[in-house]
Design a protein around this ligand. Structure first.
Ligand SMILES: *Cc1c(COP(=O)(O)O)cnc(C)c1O
Length: 246
């Protein structure tokens, strides 16, 4: 793993916050409406704590076991789950995560509703939408998300569904992500007006394309490597052919 000093995490975080603010201003948006999820997957508790000392308030993790192990060693922060959630791990997930950005099926929604009933927790949920239709990615199709919310009004009242999330196809150019971000926003707009429900949040944008996402309406950006550096080599890296995180 690359060695990154606390100073450079603080410096990187500051630079990212500047870029978030500038992108918001370009889009005539209030920077306060955009939350940064610092994606700390693969990084150890010491590094995460340096990030928290530097001002990070929301952490993003994609593996339940890894997150549980780190959670108890880190200073306090808000933990958001961004990975694929297996139904038998929901109970663990709800014990440390206040939000789940990656709700990708009706079955998962049903199971979260059941666990919530027992535990009394009610995390913020984002429906993950596979806008590109890539076979390697999980999530609702855009029409699937619309139909699910239309056909299961009970889940809308039981669950705290705050918005939608997407991950565009890998591309070297940030601009390539724009149509996917725009489609997600338009889908959110049309679902919320059709069903008269509030879906204020859009979780979209990563290290390579968060400014474009903000221009297209992101309210949560999920940024890992631009803050913490390159992920350790034992995890598959994000390349055109390996969709490690999903
Ligand atoms: C890893 C991951 C990120 C962060 O990716 P970076 O390119 O390092 O910013 C964001 N979202 C999800 C779902 C991830 O798995």
């Amino acid at each position: 793993m690359e060695n990154i000093s606390s100073e450079s995490i603080a410096a990187r975080l500051y630079a990212i916050e500047e870029r978030i603010n500038n992108a918001a201003e370009r889009a005539l948006r209030n920077p306060d409406d955009i939350s940064l999820v610092a994606v700390s997957k693969t990084f150890p508790p010491e590094i995460i704590d340096e990030g928290i000392r530097a001002g990070i308030s929301i952490l993003g993790e994609s593996k339940i076991q890894e997150a549980m192990a780190k959670h108890e060693q880190c200073s306090s922060a808000d933990w958001h789950f961004i990975g694929r959630l297996q139904r038998n791990k929901i109970r663990h997930a709800l014990s440390i995560f206040s939000a789940i950005h990656s709700v990708d099926s009706l079955q998962l929604m049903e199971s979260i509703a059941r666990v919530q009933d027992e535990t009394g927790q009610r995390p913020q949920l984002f429906l993950q939408v596979n806008v590109s239709g890539e076979a390697s990615k999980t999530g609702f199709s855009p029409e699937g998300a619309r139909e699910t919310l239309t056909n299961f009004p009970r889940l809308i009242s039981e669950l705290n569904i705050v918005g939608l999330m997407t991950i565009p196809p890998w591309a070297p150019e940030a601009e390539a992500s724009r149509p996917y971000f725009r489609t997600l926003r338009e889908l959110r707009d049309s679902i919320s007006s059709e069903l008269e429900i509030d879906l204020p949040e859009l979780s979209m944008g990563m290290s390579g394309d968060f400014e474009v996402a903000i221009e297209e309406g992101a309210t949560f950006v999920r940024i890992g490597s631009a803050i913490f550096g390159k992920r350790s080599s034992w995890k598959p890296q994000r390349t055109p052919d390996s969709d490690d995180y999903f």
